[in-house]
Ligand binder design. Structure first.
Ligand code: SF4
Ligand code: SF4
Ligand code: FES
Length: 244
């Protein structure tokens, strides 16, 4: 079933169940976001995707990533009021991720050069190395796309963070790097050196299988995981010694 509504005065169509953010982007309207990816479920954490929605004569400012499209609504993706809200949100995010280039660039776009707020993380060392904004993209990608559930949120308040459920090296992590790739503040870190794949933030280090020329292919554990997942025979990766 399709739904018809307007964005900035332009009539658009979407499928029932779609969200306003993805529909706006598909139709060429820009809305900033830091916790959204169209491949995973919306989470509504960063509050940057605020838009104005007029429904039956009532206006409200709300997040667009988790707002389902409805027939006849009017959406405004920008206004002085929305701009003001986003600038405030960016000031708060900048306090948590002062070294993130993406956050700095977005903040500058909204006229925010520095934050008046203190970093809420409770530990001095953590403030220096940690640009995590608790957007939850890493946890959602790991559970919904990679399907290994290696990550979760831990702790509360100023001790809240992401990592393995027991704050150790996540035992189900296959070191695929998807979480590092999707992290908006680039604070996870991923590398391959001397035949070892590392996902830095989680402390995960996995030896890699090599091809017949000695070139690293993928972590042995990752190949095992894929073999099991799609039911391949044990000797499927014959050409990658060490993968069995
Ligand atoms: S690298 Fe590990 S934690 Fe990150 S998405 Fe892949 S399996 Fe999950
Ligand atoms: S580590 Fe990155 S992706 Fe994960 S919650 Fe923090 S900012 Fe988001
Ligand atoms: S993208 Fe909607 S709250 Fe983050």
């Amino acid at each position: 079933m399709s739904v018809t509504f307007s964005i900035n005065g332009v009539k658009v169509e979407a499928a029932t169940g779609d969200n306003v953010l993805d529909t706006a982007r598909t139709n060429g309207f820009e809305i900033p976001s830091l916790c959204h990816h169209e491949a995973v479920s919306p989470y509504g954490a960063c509050r940057l995707c605020l838009v104005e929605i007029n429904k039956g004569g009532r206006k409200k400012i709300t997040t667009s990533c988790n707002y389902e499209v409805l027939d006849g609504i009017d959406v405004k993706t920008d206004s002085p009021e929305i701009h003001k809200h986003r600038a405030m949100v960016l000031e708060l995010i900048l306090a948590e991720a002062p070294k993130s280039e993406q956050v700095q660039a977005l903040a500058a776009q909204y006229g925010v050069k520095q934050s008046r707020f203190a970093n809420a993380k409770n530990d001095e060392a953590q403030k220096d190395r940690d640009n995590c904004i608790l957007c939850g993209l890493c946890t959602r990608v790991c559970s919904e796309i990679v399907e290994v559930n290696a990550l979760t949120f831990n702790g509360r308040g100023d001790k809240r963070g992401v990592g393995s459920p027991y704050l150790e090296q996540p035992q189900t992590c296959i070191a695929c790097g998807a979480c590092a790739w999707v992290c908006p503040t680039d604070c996870i870190g991923f590398s391959e050196e001397d035949g070892v794949r590392k996902v830095h933030r989680w402390g995960r280090e996995l030896p890699m299988a090599k091809d017949e020329n000695g070139r690293p292919v993928a972590p042995v554990f990752q190949l095992h995981h894929f073999k099991k997942r799609v039911g391949l025979p044990d000797d499927f990766f014959k050409k990658a010694p060490g993968s069995r």
